[in-house]
Design a protein around this ligand. Structure first.
Ligand SMILES: [Fe+2]
Length: 227
């Protein structure tokens, strides 16, 4: 199984094992786990006669792996079309509830030893995402609450590499944020997520998405400290 993840994350071009060229082999498969509780809740929703689209989206938004898989699938579906779906609701509507269930059920099975770390990242990401969304709502236009939420949800994408044992030695030779940006691009995540990782490679200026994510961390830490 680890071999599969390694293959999916990065392939090393034999004749050129250093530098940016190695990242060209990042493959467009979001082999991320989906939480069992997400699958169970979606299964129950799919059996109801009528389910609100926003209820499904709210459920999936709590699970980083589910969101990545839906965006990736929608990206592949749209490959032939001019239109690009950039909202999670639009992707779900295009795929259908049964389709989403099928995509999520096909999730990778991880060894139990990894679940603690995965759950920590998933939980932290959802918490930061919620804070980012609230901050964006306070700031208002041009920052979209939906974009801010997704930036928060994927802000530790480079951390997955280490936890999931994706070829970390190779990746950290390069800039982890660059790798995360490329992976986000391959997975069809919204432009705001790509911009966040682009900002992470900049030095000096505190840029928009970085500022929002930093503030979200500050707010969450403060909330924990104050109880
Ligand atoms: Fe974080």
């Amino acid at each position: 199984m680890q071999g599969r993840i390694l293959d999916i994350a990065v392939g090393i071009r034999p004749e050129r094992q250093s530098g940016w060229a190695s990242i060209d082999y990042v493959r467009p498969v979001p082999d991320l786990p989906v939480l069992p509780k997400t699958l169970l809740s979606l299964e129950l929703m799919s059996q109801e006669r009528c389910t609100e689209l926003n209820e499904i989206a709210d459920l999936l938004r709590q699970d980083l792996g589910a969101v990545a898989r839906v965006f990736h699938f929608a990206k592949d579906e749209q490959a032939q079309s001019e239109e690009r779906l950039i909202r999670l609701e639009d992707c779900i509507s295009s795929i259908g509830v049964r389709g989403c269930l099928k995509i999520l059920a096909d999730s990778v099975v991880l060894p139990s030893s990894l679940w603690t770390a995965i759950c920590r990242i998933w939980e932290h990401s959802a918490e930061i995402a919620e804070c980012c969304g609230r901050i964006a709502a306070e700031i208002g236009a041009p920052v979209s609450e939906e974009d801010a939420y997704l930036v928060g949800l994927f802000h530790e994408l480079d951390e997955f590499v280490e936890v999931l044992a994706w070829e970390s030695k190779l990746l950290f030779v390069n800039h982890p944020a660059y790798v995360a940006q490329r992976v986000a691009e391959q997975w069809g995540l919204p432009d705001a997520v790509l911009q966040y990782f682009s900002e992470r490679q900049s030095t000096g200026l505190q840029l928009l998405w970085r500022a929002i994510v930093d503030k979200a961390h500050f707010c969450c830490t403060r909330r924990l400290t104050l109880g």
